[in-house]
Design a protein around this ligand. Structure first.
Ligand code: C5P
Length: 219
């Protein structure tokens, strides 16, 4: 068991976007491809962990050795995650969870009418925040996709959500979502390390190594 490896550890990962239904045929979603989160799940399995991946709708193939559970909405992702989070040693929240869902999605297709419709939205639960608040919380790692003041916003999120670690990346202008290269600023209470820019697969392996070193040290 080399330092930084996750040999024998149980790991839960969320990845991908969520889809929030508007009616029977329409939904609200975001640009997350799931690639980073799937790569993180694959890297954790390659490092020897037992990995469960809770995935929103994504075209990504399931990484070797990873048990995948498909969900669609934030509500489903929250339930699937909280059901398992108390039993794992490490939780990595890489999903781009919709902050809001439609209050009352129609079960039929809404027809065009003269007056433009108004969507009424309600807040979704904060999955990673709820996991971090569990009495038997695993070592909890979040992501922060930011367009500006990346480090400051990530540091604030680390504290506000009660996380052990946060991996921040700059998105927009050809960075982050829907691209293959990425860079991360990883922050924790006592430090900071920059990883990349490099291909998401290599970046995921580097992140897993860093997480492995820290969760060994703290647990
Ligand atoms: O607050 P924000 O969405 O920027 O935080 C991002 C982090 O929180 C990511 O790790 C994401 O997976 C997680 N998150 C979550 N549930 C939500 C919103 C975000 O787990 N409802």
């Amino acid at each position: 068991d080399t330092p930084g490896s996750l040999q024998g550890r149980s790991v839960l990962v969320t990845a991908g976007p969520t889809r929030e239904p508007i009616d029977a045929v329409r939904f609200i979603a975001n640009r997350s491809s799931g690639r980073m989160g799937f790569a993180v799940a694959g890297a954790a399995a390659a490092a020897g962990a037992t990995v469960t991946l809770i995935a929103g709708p994504s075209e990504q193939p399931t990484p070797p050795g990873v048990q995948r559970i498909d969900v669609e909405t934030a509500t489903e992702m929250h339930a699937a995650t909280l059901e398992r989070a108390g039993d794992v040693e490490l939780f990595i929240a890489a999903a781009a969870v919709a902050d809001y869902r439609v209050a009352q999605p129609a079960d039929h297709k809404v027809r065009k009418s003269d007056a433009p419709p108004t969507l009424s939205l309600v807040r979704n639960p904060d999955i990673v925040g709820d996991v971090a608040a569990l009495p038997t919380a695993p070592f909890t790692v979040g992501f922060a996709a930011e367009t500006h003041d990346v480090i400051d916003h990530a540091r604030a999120k680390l504290t506000a959500k009660g996380l052990d670690m946060i991996a921040a990346n700059r998105v927009g202008e050809g960075l982050g979502f829907e691209v293959s290269d990425n860079a991360l600023d990883v922050l924790w209470a006592g430090g900071h390390q920059r990883l990349g820019p490099m291909a998401k697969d290599r970046l995921a392996a580097a992140l897993i190594e860093l997480i492995g070193a820290h969760c060994h040290a703290e647990r």
